[in-house]
Design a protein around this ligand. Structure first.
Ligand code: SAM
Length: 220
């Protein structure tokens, strides 16, 4: 008996191979393991909610051949949404500092180019990947847990690699929003980017969060 087309053996590899845009078993457990070992580096109690990931990934161009960088990819919650949105000629590079999460991303998402290292060395990481201009950056870095000097270095690197008409989205939780550290971070963001728009709150996220979309100031 012949199988219906949808079950033909030619489809089997597609059914068993993880595809761009799907989430993966072990994502949450791996993130929680990393959180247990290094809470300040991870800075969250769960992978980003799908609704939050969609708003953060909204800055990813859907046409052309954009180069997109994700900072602090974690266990891939936002990565998958970015990948699903990226046009066929687009390129996604995921920067992650935690070795366990780098290993998990590389194993669970063989299609993803993972750059292991600190976002404060973004220019070098990208140069090794032969990238010198980025069209969009999506960040879920735990900004308010980083020392102000470290934040400043990362923001300067972002400013250096982002194309003049590029855009970055970054997440801020409502629990962190009123803290001094977040106020300082927002001032630092304002000194690099002229145009900052706030989207949300996204109440489905735990904790609820906003997304800040930032562009460089227009000159001339
Ligand atoms: C709040 S978690 C977000 C994880 C994932 N993007 C998500 O939304 O579920 C922050 C991530 O940033 C990573 N991270 C923290 N500091 C970093 C740095 N300086 N450079 C690169 N990644 C960093 C952490 O290891 C962690 O995976």
């Amino acid at each position: 008996m012949r199988l219906p087309a949808a079950y033909d053996s030619a489809w089997l590899p597609r059914l068993t191979t993880p595809q761009r845009g799907t989430s993966h078993r072990g994502d949450t457990a791996t993130l929680l393991g990393a959180l247990w070992r290094n809470p300040r580096q991870i800075g969250t109690i769960a992978p980003s909610a799908r609704a939050l990931a969609h708003v953060a990934a909204d800055v990813v161009p859907t046409t052309g051949a954009p180069i997109v960088v994700e900072l602090g990819a974690g266990s891939g919650a936002i990565t998958d949404v970015i990948a699903a949105r990226l046009p066929p000629d687009g390129r996604l590079l995921a920067v992650e500092i935690n070795h366990d999460l780098v290993r998990h991303l590389s194993r669970s998402r063989p299609w993803l180019q993972v750059l292991a290292g600190d976002a404060a060395g973004l220019t070098h990481l990208l140069r090794d990947a032969e990238v010198d201009r980025v069209d969009a950056i999506v960040s879920a870095l735990p900004w308010t847990l980083l020392p102000a000097g470290h934040r400043r270095r990362i923001l300067a690197e972002i400013g250096d690699v982002l194309a003049p008409d590029g855009i970055i989205s970054t997440i801020a939780t409502l629990t962190a929003w009123p803290t001094r550290s977040c106020r300082v971070f927002r001032r630092q963001l304002g000194s690099v980017f002229g145009d900052i728009q706030i989207r949300g709150p996204i109440w489905a996220a735990v904790p609820p969060a906003v997304v800040l979309n930032c562009r460089k100031p227009l000159h001339g």
